[in-house]
Design a protein around this ligand. Sequence first.
Ligand SMILES: *[C@@H]1O[C@H](CO)[C@@H](O)[C@H](O)[C@H]1NC(C)=O
Ligand SMILES: *[C@@H]1O[C@H](CO)[C@@H](O)[C@H](O)[C@H]1NC(C)=O
Ligand SMILES: *[C@@H]1O[C@H](CO)[C@@H](O)[C@H](O)[C@H]1NC(C)=O
Ligand SMILES: *[C@@H]1O[C@H](CO)[C@@H](O)[C@H](O)[C@H]1NC(C)=O
Ligand SMILES: *[C@@H]1O[C@H](CO)[C@@H](O)[C@H](O)[C@H]1NC(C)=O
Ligand SMILES: *[C@@H]1O[C@H](CO)[C@@H](O)[C@H](O)[C@H]1NC(C)=O
Length: 482
Amino acid sequence: MNMKQRIATFLLLSAAMANGDDSTIISYKNCDANSLPAENTSISTLNNGQFYKMCPGSHKHSNNDTFATLGQPKCGDGSNFAFYLTRPEQPQQGEQPQKVLIELSGGGACWDKGTCALQSFFLKMPPLDFVLGMSCSDVGKIAEVSEGWDILCARTVGETDFTEYNTIVIPYCTQDVHLGDAAEALYDGTTIQHVGGHNTYRTLQWVFDNFEDPSHIVLTGCSAGATPLPVFYHMIKEHYKARGRNVKVNIISDSPVYLTPRNFLENHFQFWNHETVMKSIGFDYDTHKEDVQYASAVLDYVLDGSDDSDGIGVVSHNDDAISLMYYIAMGGDDDTKTSVETQWWAEMNNSWSQTMNEHTNFDVFIINGSGHCSSGLYFANQQPDFEKWVSNIVASASLIYVQQETVVMNTSVTMTAATDPTSTTTEAYESRPVESPVSPMNNTFPSSGSETDTPSAATCKATAGHILIATFLCLQLCLLLG
Ligand SMILES: *[C@@H]1O[C@H](CO)[C@@H](O)[C@H](O)[C@H]1NC(C)=O
Ligand SMILES: *[C@@H]1O[C@H](CO)[C@@H](O)[C@H](O)[C@H]1NC(C)=O
Ligand SMILES: *[C@@H]1O[C@H](CO)[C@@H](O)[C@H](O)[C@H]1NC(C)=O
Ligand SMILES: *[C@@H]1O[C@H](CO)[C@@H](O)[C@H](O)[C@H]1NC(C)=O
Ligand SMILES: *[C@@H]1O[C@H](CO)[C@@H](O)[C@H](O)[C@H]1NC(C)=O
Ligand SMILES: *[C@@H]1O[C@H](CO)[C@@H](O)[C@H](O)[C@H]1NC(C)=O
């Protein structure tokens, strides 16, 4: 080959590699009008301190008319999926290495016609568009007066100042713990798109394209948003390692729900088709797919391949009605000798104790009391020792950590709010319209008139408050009603 040919070959090969050796055609026809086309929007074109909504396109192979692997992002009922993101409020100086926080939302799971009917509210995007155009501190001020949820990019946890992080929020609308690859799952006449794996995978592709050499990535999530974090840890580490970058990645997993009961694994788990994503990280899915230790096996696999300096932490109450409800619904109460509460906690505790013994970079923060989780580590952050524990996870010096005391949360305030929209929490929000730092009206329901077309500013403010509270509380509470 002469020089020209060599250069041509090199360019062709590079192009093929950049495209994952198979070029795709991207279509944005399944995107809301107020979202930006993700693959065509670079982070450098966005303002600091402002939430945007990004829609990953549908990817089809360029040589035939079929979808590329994990190429069809959408919600469970077929409606459009998008993720939210904001750059930090303080402009970054020069070439400062970038920090990234990725939060996966929670909101239950469903695996047959009945459970998916109960969870139908969670098969479309949560009504979070009111954050568009707002800054983290704006949203943080609403959280402060609303109670029951928080937003990390408005605060510091331990020694980590999340206001310096680029924040990506991945909504949950597929009821498959963010890992599914089952377009058109058919449950007795009802079709559900369990394509959470597509949504998260395509969101991560955007993160990879836009953060080539981040200095730190923190992964967090509540409930169904906590369960898949180890899988995405692995995916992220491997991506950067393949490009010669060793990026520090930490996990703070808040109240993950284990999917282990035998009845569930044998009769329902296959409908989500986690196989594609699990095999893509090299996990031996076929061996473990019906193993009651499935969740431990995944954790073990990920920790075996993790960096010792990447602290990985799990937070859980030792009495968690939501986790317990799922455990029972999945058929976990098969041991008639012990109460289901005891059995659930024994299983969680055994699994985590064993993992802690085998992996020095894994630790658990137990809250002695009843409760589940909310966004932004809200309940955990009220524990006196939690921030210290997070600092330890992030520093990853040695995770041998002695927990001091725990405070049992009084969740009755939020409980009432979820069932009675006129109670404390909402009042707290509504009673402060003057001090309210932002007007949701300006940002809330852009063009595509949703449930609340052209409301007055006052109704809109109340509605935004209600919806917001309902959305976050439902993560913990509405599921109970199901
Ligand atoms: C996105 O970029 C591709 C090429 O890079 C182009 O073909 C396509 O038209 C763009 N789409 C939008 C919506 O801008
Ligand atoms: C479409 O093309 C892709 C990429 O070349 C290939 O992997 C896939 O198997 C093809 N699908 C069909 C149905 O031909
Ligand atoms: C949890 O496990 C640890 C270590 O095996 C044990 O000391 C402790 O008693 C267990 N707690 C519960 C509530 O089962
Ligand atoms: C947990 O709380 C219960 C009831 O409030 C109490 O009896 C028990 O001693 C506490 N356990 C620990 C380890 O703090
Ligand atoms: C919890 O809060 C509710 C409502 O504010 C109050 O009525 C109740 O007494 C509190 N319970 C405890 C144990 O503090
Ligand atoms: C929207 O914002 C503008 C300026 O940012 C303000 O003048 C206007 O009053 C706001 N509208 C509402 C309905 O709050």
